[in-house]
Design a protein around this ligand. Sequence first.
Ligand code: NAD
Length: 492
Amino acid sequence: MTQPAGLIAPGTHYEPLIGGKRRSFTGETFLAIDAANGGRIATITRSGQAEVDAAVAAADAAFPAWAATPAPQRARLLHRLADWVEENLTRLAAIDTMDIGRTIFETPIDHRIAIGQYRFFAAAAMTHFGWNQAVPGGWAIAMREPIGVVGQIIPWNVPAIMTAFKLAPALAAGNTVVLKPDENASLSTMELCVALAEIFPPGVVNVVPGFGDEAGAALTAHPGVGKLAFTGSAEVGRLVAHAGAERLVPVSLELGGKSPNIVFPDVEDVDRVVDNATFAATYCNGQSCLAGTRLFVHDDLYETFLGKLRTSFEAVRLGSPSDPATRLGCLVSAKQGERVLDYIASGKREATLVTGGGRAAVDGSERGYFIEPTVFETANDTRIAQEEIFGPVLSVIRWKDYDALIEQANDVDYGLAAGLYTTDLRNAMRTASRLKAGSVWVNQYFNLVDGSPFGGYRGSGLGREYCAETLDMYTQLKSVVLAEELPPPLFG
Ligand code: NAD
């Protein structure tokens, strides 16, 4: 299969970035596959213990100088990285579209969010100090210090955003990094290595592509790693947390969601609520930890709303990911496609199918897993309403009683995000405070704002990203207390 001219030259092989150089010690490789047509795009080194050991050693060697680099200089380099992404955005976005099947409408947005992250943390680095105060006879100082080598593991759904979410705060705070991209979505991160090698001193950022149970497991278990940061499934998140517990190193986790999106009966513009609820469930092909996948619709407008929702889902344009008019591309892999189809089969047994419910064929992209935008009417306790599907599948749940609604909205293992639509400000604030979710959006789902905390309650993980407080997770606080004088002698 061919790929769009000029994106990645035929025969390209990507090696890990270790100590500022592209190096590998194993002959093992894996393939990057075009998600839509199954074509071979490039080969990538399948990093193992040797690559991870070398990367951690390089990061460890680079740490003292990087930690001592003044924050304005670290910030300057993060801005250079952001500039590079800006200059290369069109190409990087096209590579992601080919690699993961997300639409060319969406992938540039990922890179713009990534640029925002590099710039946000460049600025935040310069204001992230501890504190000091004069105390009787001296001073008390709390100093922020970077932790050391950080091991970071990211998933495939939004590779540019994930890379930036992990690199930007860790580097801004003065840590060095070993990053493992996802085996299904490494390409744009491997391309970014060109800039990382040019901009940062050798060893400050190291990238070890490979598989989870090899490079990923080696990284989480490595004694030279002082902090672990992971985004992905709850199952692997627990393994990472155990690895951190073994060595007593801090762990931050972002593990997905099953977010409620609530429609109150006072909404005025039902059509626009329907449109936003459709977006909440289908953006990113539904492969988003934030997706609004449980839509609670009030009884008063339920029938009207459901009819409009069906029409809206049926209007979502599914097609080739590289067509700018497409709004729903294909899922990242056959494995993910089969997983989503299995959930749909389960939905057909336990719930009522409203629309969609199958795999769609797209000319020229026969190998891609295109899933029809799918709506089920269901109760909150079904499998499709409780488990993260990571496909364009929405569970609609009818509600009448406010307290029962809140109970059901919170009755799930996750707590990453929630949405609600109302014209009553007091209702919005009361409901937001009762929802067990790290982010609550009122009247606009996915309303991400640089600097707003992002992270989950309960099974959605530990820690907050995207915000100034993230730097707390990447630093230690040291207390230094200075006395002006020696104390009076106690013993004679
Ligand atoms: P995963 O958790 O297996 O993979 C995420 C990352 O973890 C990848 O880089 C992978 O290589 C790595 N990994 C896997 N096993 C590992 C191990 N033993 N040690 C260290 N690292 C390891 O996710 P998946 O299987 O690709 O997706 C399964 C489901 O997870 C999805 O359907 C979705 O529900 C959820 N998911 C959530 C997110 C999110 O943003 N929270 C992202 C991707 C997937």
